[in-house]
Structure formats: C-alpha cells, structure tokens
Design a protein around this ligand. Structure first.
Ligand code: AMP
Ligand code: ZN
Length: 141
C-alpha cells in the first residue's frame, strides 16, 4: 500500500468511490471523469505499478474482471463496443501510478474518438528488426 496513492485510498475506503465489483484481490469502480458514461476502472487492491511489475497470478485475476466488466457493459449498458486501455508511465499518458485498466463502453455516435495516427516502417526489414529485438528480449524474461 502507498499512503499517498489515490487508488490505494479508494481501496482503503478513505476516498469515496462508486464500486461495481470487489473481491479479495481486485476492485472495479466508476471513473469520475468518464470518457464515455459507464467508463470503469479495474485495479488490484495491492499497490503495483506499472503493468510490468504485476505478478502473473494477479494479472490473470485482473484481466478476467476486465473481461467480465466488458461483457456487462455490452449486456447491461447495451454498449455497441468496448475499449480496454492501460497506460504505463507519464509519457504514455498515465496520471495515477497504480496499475489500472480502463474499460470504456462505446456507442454508435458517442463523442469519444482516438487521435492515434498510424506511423509506418520504411521497409519490411525495419519492421522485422523491431520484431527480432522484442522476441530476443522476451526470451531473456
Ligand atoms: P490514467 O490517465 O490512465 O492514469 O487514468 C487515471 C484515471 O483515474 C482517469 O481517467 C481519472 O478520471 C481517474 N480518476 C482519478 N481520480 C479518481 C477518483 N478519485 N475516482 C475515480 N476515478 C478517478
Ligand atoms: Zn496505490
């Protein structure tokens, strides 16, 4: 637990939240600044950050709750689609440094839009080089 962390405070009940799910390891609650209404955050009760530091068994529990929330947004909120996003590091847009998944219901005509603009590789070999470096690093993990 991190005494200054806003999400740890939510877990401890020191900051109010609107919870949609809770078990021994995981909490899901409404994002106070919803990108689209129904936007839900899924976090571990223990303070881990970033994603790369989350133990495997806990990550499995988190992603299963993410899946259930997504399913419930489709069946319960009649979402036409769902975005699952997750940021690591300020540079990546992370504001709260306690690992969390955003689960965002999407609707035809909703006001949310991704501003991602696709870059491109100069050559197929350049792309292969990135793939090789990731693959080599994965074998060292
Ligand atoms: P990120 O930019 O990925 O770190 O996302 C942090 C998210 O936490 C934002 O979408 C905020 O709206 C949300 N947030 C921050 N404080 C609270 C809070 N007290 N209760 C609910 N959501 C929060
Ligand atoms: Zn925390």
């Amino acid at each position: 637990m991190d005494s200054d962390c806003i999400f740890c405070k939510i877990v401890r009940g020191e900051v109010p939240s609107t919870k949609v799910y809770e078990d021994g390891d995981v909490v899901a609650f409404m994002d106070i600044g919803p990108v689209v209404k129904g936007h839900t955050l899924v976090i571990p009760k223990l303070h881990y950050d970033p994603l790369m530091n989350v133990p495997e068994d806990l990550l499995q529990k988190l992603i299963l709750v993410v899946q259930k929330i997504a399913m419930a947004q489709v069946s319960g909120l009649k979402a036409d689609g769902v975005n699952v996003t997750q940021a690591n590091g300020e540079l990546a847009g992370q504001v709260v440094p306690h690992v969390h998944f955003h689960v965002i219901p999407r609707y035809k005509g909703d006001k949310h839009s991704w501003s991602c603009k696709a870059d491109k590789y100069d050559t197929i070999e350049e792309m292969g080089g990135y793939a090789s470096r990731i693959n080599a690093a994965m074998r060292e993990l």
